[in-house]
Ligand binder design. Sequence first.
Ligand code: ADP
Length: 380
Amino acid sequence: MDTKGRILIIDDEAGIRQGCCRVLQPQGFKVEVAENFQEGVSKVETGLYDLVLLDVMLPDGKGIDLLEPLLRRDPETVAIIITGYATVELAVEAVRKGAYNFISKPFTADVLLLTVNQGLEKRRLSQEAGRLQKVENEKVELTRLKNEAEKLNEFKSTFLLMMAHELRSPVSGAQSLVRTLLRGLAGELKPQQQELLSRVETRLDYLLVMINDILTLASSKSIDTDQPLEKVHVSLLLRQVIESFEVEAKSQQINLKFPAPGKLPAVLATEKGLNTVLRNLVGNAIKYSKPGGTVEVTVHKEADRLKLCVADNGMGIPAEDLPHIWEEFFRARNAHLSGIVGTGLGLSIVKQYVDRFGGEVGVESRVGEGTTFTVSLRTR
Ligand code: ADP
């Protein structure tokens, strides 16, 4: 049963114990009694009480000496001293040892109830303050952990950036040496040498794609984060991106379409970031399409947003892989098996930028039918 509070009365006078019980029990308090110091000690050390009424003079000890074990067990317990001769010295000693208040014998039922209720209210308030303090401490700890995680993340990005940067020049150096050899500029190659060197070239191409993706990822995470958003004209940027892919699309017999959009408002982004987003989406659409396929880029206004769609009728993405494509280094199973080169970093870069622009990115896809990526950006 719910009680209004657990109270222990330690007093050698039977009249006081019984009188207190008569007043307190009908009010809903759960009351226990102890009639001497020893009994008080064992109750205090085994039970849990919200409030203890403590006689200062007991036949076998001083009530005040019970304050220490009582408060050690629960520092929020309210101790009220019952005394027949309240003196300043006694008050000072009791308060120093943690007592909350005094009540002088003889006392009325009203005085007892008032003192007990005030004591319990004080307990409730200090418990509440303790809880709030705990929440506050947890908040401080969470902020500390968040800052630490951010620092680690920053360190990771800087490390990736440095590593990729250092790797890029030897790898592209090796790539041009291999190309020189393949062109026969250092002497004619036997067919087997030609074949082996072509495989080295493919591997170096892949390595360079990976290094460039890591560089873009790391810079999208670190360098650019402080750059304020600006108004970027999408049609112009899209036109440049489409033009830069025309040769590639043609060589893979992909029909790359970009119907001229009407007049469009600018979007909130960074030019470099939006360029990276568009290049990744259009590049993927071409990369994952078959010869004869179509890639279409459209853009239209929707309320205070601009919606960009990059649609292809290529290999599509298996449904179980769709939720993971934004993760770093994730590649769908069919892309992996197809032998098409990729690092699984492009879309995580796209997501990173679009999040920073306060936009949204989505995807719809069916294996064997095609994929449509949608980017919605704020115009204000
Ligand atoms: P990747 O370098 O592998 O292309 P991305 O991060 O750009 O890395 O894309 C992650 C994965 O999402 C790809 O490996 C591929 O499985 C899938 N994907 C992305 N775009 C397309 C697309 N247009 N058609 C089919 N699959 C796609």
